[in-house]
Design a protein around this ligand. Sequence first.
Ligand SMILES: [Zn+2]
Length: 230
Amino acid sequence: MDILMGDITVTVERKWIRSMRLAVYPPDGRVVLRMPMLMPESRAREFLTQKWSWICRARERVLSRPAKPERRYLSGETHYVFGSPCTLQLEYVTSGANSVRREGDTLVMRCRASASEANREALLYAWYREVLRTELDRLVAAWLVRLDEAPVTWSMRRMRSMWGNCRARTRRVVFSVELARVPMACVEYVVVHELTHLVVQNHGPAFRALMTRRLPEWQSLRRQLRTSGY
Ligand SMILES: [Zn+2]
């Protein structure tokens, strides 16, 4: 069973234990509540509300840990592009502009030999933004028409703990640049999720029902997004 608290999903497991136990796990800040088998769900919600600031602090701690060591933006590393693994290949140049291009399952990054890890990361993310912008342009426009919604203002940002965010009042949607790593079907799920917040601002039953009407497979896409580790 899952309980949604704001933008955080808490996985609830029932066990033969006497009291509730709460844990937050790296690397993605997954929250798990273990509760006694026969305790009513309302007690779990109460408990989570009481522990809310603890959960937020614990998640912040877990999510602010340094990025995975294998991401040093060097030749031979695997980086995902819309769910497909690509091998990074650095080409050192002495003149001309830095660039990234995709050739089949290779990502060719042209940069100076002196480029730092941060430079290379910035270069790859600039490219991710570019490819993601094209896809979001298409998906957001298509879904606004399909849902008969007025236009929104959307942008992209580096975000560690969220795939997207929507302010219904100002009709502003922010998408995580990391979406360029995940399968397109998951990107589409995030687009529909954020646009659905224009109608329902929380993740309650009304939101879930609307999501099911709009994108019947949303739950499996959400699971894929959570467990993928892209
Ligand atoms: Zn949401």
